[in-house]
Design a protein around this ligand. Structure first.
Ligand SMILES: Cc1cc2nc3c(=O)[nH]c(=O)nc-3n(C[C@H](O)[C@H](O)[C@H](O)COP(=O)(O)OP(=O)(O)OC[C@H]3O[C@@H](n4cnc5c(N)ncnc54)[C@H](O)[C@@H]3O)c2cc1C
Length: 506
């Protein structure tokens, strides 16, 4: 695929990034030989690197920042099914139940065999992490209330930096691995289609040639690459981001340049519906109002039509985001009143009292400043005038919705009767701007062992893409249905790639 459906020319971006016309070989200041070269020292790269040194394979781990950890630094935990913690606490969940739930959520679009691989290996992977120094608090839950099942295992020191990244780095170096900080992998070296190493550039511009029997790309997502974000239809200037820096899409470009398939069409953002002018109102760590309002609001598009069951977030956090994204052409709005807001503040006392104490102030300040996408009006007619929402349709939608609330039956979208609250003026209204996101998922086509595949599903020998770079388990969106699933995949894919490389490349 050369172009995205939004017109992005992937070939040109790839050529620009890797510097196809650049003669790296003539600039090489130092060459190193190794067994496996791992690019990126985040969650998945560290898992691959430790698996590799544990097997006695000479390993070089490259990280272009001066610190290791990537987005993994701020993570809180990981999924496992059947761990000793769960057994000790009498938590009984079946692997089959978790897999079926996730497959149903995706209408069976995610590869069930790979999902099964990850879930079945998850308890063993957790025990392996413990053996390599990672510590857990022992608390296992549904990530507060997001997931369907209690799979989330919290790190001991509350953040991934202390609990996972530091001990895994220590294990890697103690067992003889070589860590090169401030060293950016730039271009893969291939001979007759087989990857044999890479060129990397140090912070001072020195060019290294790393000769390796296999290269494992663990660069993470494309969070900071505006062109790749735009290639998925987002307006990068309007998106708000709450994750780590260092994700420039370099892994994508290197893999595509070496013949890897482009799976950007099913890539996704880990995102939350958002209005950038109402910052800081968070619910369970996710910034924005919608979650706190618990589906008691009425959502309409710019044509004044409702478009989903607003209480869908109770079933899965990702559902509202998907519904809202599909209204992008018309714009999407949520409308609520003081009673809904008061109930939200009351509810928030359980989860996020500090951030919600100031919710009313944040909203009032936005209104006073005439902030974009935030309004208050006494009637639906007035609201339509202010927002530009189709007036006749909005009034009719509101009349119909009020009737559903009175009757306790949503005739259009089947919303939970408990959440059918009749709204009375004055009305607050917020437009969803682009989402808030913390990470991206996917973009490089991979197989079951994280081997990079070309567009015809054939492996590019010697090349692997692990972690968020190569995941295809969340096609189009991240469900949050299996809490900690991203990290479970990061660890599993890293280990799996090394096992495969050890068998076929070393
Ligand atoms: C705030 C926050 C909280 C989260 N909480 C959780 C959670 O609790 N549980 C969970 O499962 N998931 C969570 N996630 C998602 C999780 O962080 C990611 O899935 C995970 O970090 C991705 O791992 P990775 O190895 O693919 O990428 P990363 O961990 O981001 O690592 C990629 C590394 O590659 C480096 N790199 C990139 N390009 C190059 C290059 N060319 N050369 C050398 N190095 C390079 C980067 O600097 C980075 O260090 C959270 C994310 C955020 C932002």
């Amino acid at each position: 695929m050369a172009y995205s459906r939004f017109g992005t020319d992937y070939d040109r971006l790839t050529a620009d990034f890797v510097g196809r016309s650049e003669d790296y070989e003539s600039k090489v200041a130092e060459a190193r030989d190794t067994g496996i070269a791992v690019v990126g020292a985040g969650i998945s790269g560290l898992a691959a690197a430790v698996e590799s040194v544990n097997r006695g394979i000479p390993t070089v781990l490259l990280e272009h920042r001066k610190v290791v950890g990537g987005s993994g630094m701020t993570t809180l935990g990981i999924l496992a099914v059947g761990s000793h913690f769960q057994k000790e606490q009498g938590i009984e969940i079946s692997t089959g139940e978790v897999i079926r739930m996730e497959q149903e959520t995706f209408n069976y679009r995610a590869d069930g065999a790979r999902l099964r691989d990850m879930i079945f290996a998850s308890a063993d992977n957790l025990h392996w992490l413990e053996e390599n120094g990672v510590e857990f608090s022992g608390v296992v839950d549904k990530y507060m209330a997001d997931g369907h099942v209690p799979t989330f295992h919290w790190w001991k020191s509350s953040f991934g930096g202390g609990a996972y990244v530091n001990p895994m780095r220590e294990t890697f170096e103690r067992k003889g691995g070589t860590l090169l900080l401030r060293t950016a992998a730039r271009k893969l070296i291939a001979e007759n289609g087989t990857v044999r190493g890479l060129y990397a550039v140090e912070a001072d511009g020195t060019v290294l040639r790393i000769n390796a029997k296999a290269v494992i790309l663990a660069n993470g997502g494309f969070e900071q690459n505006k062109e790749l974000l735009a290639s998925r239809g987002y307006d990068p200037e309007d998106l708000s981001f709450m994750g780590a820096i260092g994700h420039d899409g370099s892994g994508h470009f290197m893999a595509w340049d070496a013949g890897g398939g482009n799976s950007m069409e099913i890539s996704a953002l880990m995102e939350t519906p958002y209005n950038k002018n109402l910052p800081g109102i968070c619910m369970r760590g996710y910034c924005q109002l919608w979650m706190g309002l618990q589906g008691r609001q009425m959502c309409v598009n710019g044509r004044g039509e409702r478009f989903f069951d607003e209480s869908a977030s109770d079933k899965l956090r990702a559902f509202p985001q998907i519904a809202i994204n599909l209204q992008r052409r018309y714009g999407a709005f949520e409308i609520y009143d003081q009673a809904v807001m008061d109930a939200a503040i009351e509810h928030a006392k359980i989860h996020s009292p500090r951030s919600w104490e100031k919710a009313a102030t944040v909203i009032q300040e936005a209104l006073d400043n005439g902030a974009d996408g935030v309004w208050k009006a006494n009637t639906m007619e007035e609201l339509a005038d202010r927002t530009g929402i189709d007036k006749d349709r909005l009034v009719k939608t509101y009349t119909d919705y009020s009737r559903y609330c009175e009757n306790g039956r949503d005739e259009e979208f089947g919303k939970d009767p408990d959440r059918l609250w009749k709204l009375t003026g004055p009305f607050y209204c917020m437009k969803y701007t682009e989402p808030n996101y913390i990470a991206t998922l996917g973009g490089v086509h991979t197989g079951r062992d994280s081997e990079v595949l070309n567009a015809k599903d054939r492996a590019v020998p010697g090349l692997y893409a692990v972690g968020m770079l190569g995941t295809e388990l969340w096609p189009g969106y991240y469900t949050y249905g299996m809490p900690g699933g991203a990290n479970a995949f990061n660890v599993d894919s890293g280990r799996r790639a090394v096992r495969h490389a050890a068998e076929y490349c070393i």
